[in-house]
Design a protein. Structure first.
Length: 284
């Protein structure tokens, strides 16, 4: 039995749904109502001490963290391979998945809350129970101050950087020698968990009306189109985002309202002279 505890618009849950669907597996799902704090009940915490989705139950074996779940699903079950055979290519793949864990996901939480979810009072209930104090601080600032919060520009800089990194990977040239040799269709050559990991974040940017980030990068636009054309993308991401369309509609509506302002912000940050910092006393 394969059971996934998930939420329909969670990018991390979408990531694991996509891996499971790509493997062609049958699975049972249970929706965790994040704003009702189902993920913070004693029963859930006893299984997943981080109080997050997704969580996988495979015949009583509990696996948490989306990228960990995805490697587990790939390694345990038959079906199309989502990891390269070459250990070096596997290392490159994990470098991409690590990006999502390290800061891309944090940026997603900031921009989504700042633009859209702050307009839903019940989202504050979810934030109030957040177990991770760093994440809670970012979410509170985003909920209270919207795109003017101290974290928003940093989040947008990270996403603009990510789109550039994806573009460079698809060109085969990087970013850097450590990630060179990918493309032209997928991040590390063949379709892999690297593409799976990034797919929901692209969909989130699209929902927030931020496709301007790749309007001058045809390789990224074509890669995103290839992702969306995969049947598993439809069943794992689009169908679930549409399951309660109100949240998707909210993101599109609020994203459109601030799109020009955010675009101007990104263009300003692309200036080579932007963002410099001189430590106190450095000029002494």
């Amino acid at each position: 039995m394969l059971k996934l505890y998930h939420h329909h618009t969670s990018v991390c849950a979408a990531k694991s749904r996509l891996a499971i669907e790509e493997k062609g597996l049958e699975w049972e799902g249970e929706i965790i109502r994040l704003r009702e704090r189902d993920q913070h009940t004693p029963e859930y915490i006893a299984l997943n001490p981080f109080g997050l989705v997704p969580m996988l139950d495979h015949d009583g074996r509990i696996v948490v963290e989306s990228n960990v779940i995805n490697e587990y699903v790939n390694d345990v079950f038959d079906g199309p391979k989502l990891k390269p055979d070459d250990p070096y290519k596997q290392a490159q793949m994990r470098t991409w998945t690590r990006m999502t864990d390290e800061n891309v996901h944090a940026a997603a939480g900031v921009i989504t809350t700042a633009i859209a979810y702050r307009h839903v009072p019940s989202h504050g209930n979810q934030i109030s129970g957040q177990l991770d104090p760093y994440k809670q601080a970012r979410k509170i600032a985003s909920f209270e101050d919207g795109i003017d919060n101290v974290h928003f520009r940093t989040a947008m800089r990270r996403y603009d950087m990510l789109i550039h990194q994806i573009d460079t990977a698809l060109s085969g040239e990087g970013p850097g020698k450590a990630l060179a040799g990918g493309g032209p269709d997928w991040l590390v050559g063949d379709y892999s968990l690297a593409d799976v990991a990034m797919a929901p974040y692209m969909e989130r940017l699209n929902c927030l009306e931020m496709s301007f980030l790749w309007e001058d990068k045809p390789r990224v636009a074509d890669w995103y189109a290839r992702l969306k054309a995969r049947p598993a993308y439809q069943s794992a991401i689009i169908d679930w985002f549409d399951w309660d369309i109100s949240w998707t509609d909210l993101m599109h509506e609020q994203g459109a309202q601030v799109s020009n302002q955010v675009r101007s912000m990104v263009e300003e940050m692309r200036d080579p002279g932007y963002g410099g910092w001189t430590p106190p006393g450095a000029d002494a």
